[in-house]
Write a protein that binds this ligand. Structure first.
Ligand code: C5P
Length: 239
């Protein structure tokens, strides 16, 4: 199979068609963006780290029964995935207060929640990806109520698996964002990426932040933090 035309370039990834109409070729870029693109930087090694970490996590989730788009890693920065139509919703799951929820509700960060919270955001850069309700999702016809239930259920299952996986490696999964897509036959599967760009991960002992907040809040070297995550989850490291 060959890499073909560039179909789409996003903030963190390029998506290419391939000679197989059911498969797309993803290239992870070294760009870091935050605050809806207002803060930008190029960080050598970031594409490699996110490609490696996402590949490991998607393989683990597949083995645990979560159908997802990952097929295989092609190079340090590239992977093959199943072609899907992305549902324009960001599904956020929270285990500990942090980030936009702590800010919106005026609560401290770092408080463990009794129950995980699932939130939906409308994936629309021009609107700044607003938080939306299930009624808004119906109004905009982004997904049916049955599909919303499927997304919530899958997100909760992924949360159980990822939380345990990271806890066993000395990390607290504070929160994360998932995206889902539909295959040609309409099946909803997990897509996009699962990496320290899309998860908040804190060291269990020290609460050191080992995720994109390092970039958002100028807390030090992003690649050092991501290398620590990769080492904990057993990936190939580059010294
Ligand atoms: O900013 P907020 O607290 O809502 O983010 C919740 C989680 O979702 C964080 O782990 C963050 O990295 C992730 N997220 C993301 N992409 C976005 C918004 C949030 O990966 N566009």
């Amino acid at each position: 199979m060959q890499k073909a035309d560039l179909m789409y370039e996003g903030k963190a990834k390029k998506v290419y068609a391939t000679t197989d109409e059911n498969i797309v070729w993803i290239e992870y870029k070294n760009s870091a963006t935050a605050f809806n693109g207002e803060k930008k930087a190029t960080i050598d090694g970031k594409g490699r780290l996110n490609n490696e970490i996402t590949s490991l996590l998607f393989s683990m989730l597949h083995e645990a029964g979560i159908e997802n788009h990952f097929i295989e890693k092609k190079s340090q920065t590239e992977q093959l995935v199943k072609k899907v139509t992305i549902i324009p919703l960001e599904v956020v799951v929270r285990n500990v207060t942090a980030g936009s929820m702590a800010k919106r509700l005026g609560i401290d960060e770092g408080i463990a929640l009794e129950q995980p919270i699932v939130e939906f955001y409308y994936k629309d850069d021009s609107l700044g990806d607003p938080l939306i309700t299930e009624d808004h999702i119906s109004l905009l016809k982004l997904a049916t109520p049955v599909e919303v239930d499927v997304l919530k259920h899958l997100a909760q299952k992924v949360n159980v698996l990822l939380s345990e996986f990271f806890a066993n490696r000395g990390l607290t999964l504070v929160d994360f964002k998932l995206e889902f897509g539909k295959t040609a036959d309409g099946t909803i599967i997990l897509a996009d990426e699962v990496s320290p760009d899309t998860c908040r991960l804190w060291d269990k002992e020290t609460n050191e932040k080992l995720d994109k907040d390092v970039f958002r809040r100028n807390l030090g070297s992003l690649t050092d933090a991501y290398e620590k995550i990769l080492a904990r989850i057993g990936g190939e490291q580059h010294v």
